[in-house]
Design a protein around this ligand. Structure first.
Ligand SMILES: [Cu+2]
Length: 236
């Protein structure tokens, strides 16, 4: 999350005000590998400062697309209180629903929902076609739907119509979060100085990951983490 220059500025201003000299926020770069030492992508990184800070909800809806029979992105991390907008970009219907997470479905979803999403570009139906389709109900033409998430934790995503579709949302209870990229790296800015705990979470995990402990200060900090398992390769 490098989108908070204002937050950073205000921390610097405050530090100046109280003549403490240094900025009161730091950045943390975490490199995560799997159990085999290979870069681990799509790991949720959650930084909890010793003094907990509640996250601010995203000001605009966070889009999760259904495209080419996939959820895009596969993993979305949002702060508590945000609104997810599911957008169907395919030319056929989807029926998005929340599911438990984890390989055995052992992590219940923190929000339960089912959303019927009509095809993105419906050909205008003739009156006759409309009559034929009538028993299924009138199509609204809506190709997106929104869900507000108010509790921290995982939400698995599936589709009633296409069982191969799998996606993941993680709702963060801290404002300092990110997900690792293809190199297994995530950078989080604006973390208050001092001790912090770094939690790791992966959609395929069976067991919790041991949190890292870091000491945040004005200079950029690096940390390494390793998952206690090796995630399955995802079809791309
Ligand atoms: Cu579908």
């Amino acid at each position: 999350m490098s989108r908070h220059p204002l937050k950073r500025l205000s921390s610097v201003a405050l530090a100046g005000l109280f003549c403490l000299g240094a900025a009161h926020a730091g950045s943390l770069t975490v490199s995560v590998t799997d159990k085999d030492g290979k870069p681990a992508q799509d790991v949720v990184v959650l930084v909890e400062p010793a003094t907990k800070i509640a996250p601010k909800a995203s000001a605009t809806p966070v889009v999760v697309s259904q495209e080419n029979l996939r959820f895009s992105p596969f993993l979305t991390v949002v702060p508590v209180g945000s609104t997810l907008r599911f957008v169907n970009r395919d030319s056929y219907d989807h029926h998005v629903r929340s599911t438990p997470s984890g390989p055995l479905g052992s992590m219940p979803s923190v929000k339960n929902f089912e959303l019927r999403l009509d095809a993105a570009n419906e050909a205008p139906a003739s009156t006759d076609e409309y009559k034929t389709a009538a028993p299924k109900g009138k199509k609204s033409g809506t190709s997106f739907s929104e869900v507000k998430v108010d509790q921290a934790g995982p939400i698995g995503l599936g589709c009633h119509l296409h069982s191969s579709m799998r996606g993941q949302v993680y709702v963060s209870g801290t404002p300092f979060f990110a997900k690792t990229d293809a190199n297994g790296v995530a950078t989080i800015d604006g973390i208050p100085d001092g001790a912090a705990e770094v939690g790791l979470w992966h959609p395929d995990q069976l067991q919790e990951q041991t949190p890292l402990r870091v000491q945040v200060n004005a200079s950029p900090l690096k940390a390494v983490g390793q998952l206690n398992f090796t995630p399955k390769r995802r079809r791309s």
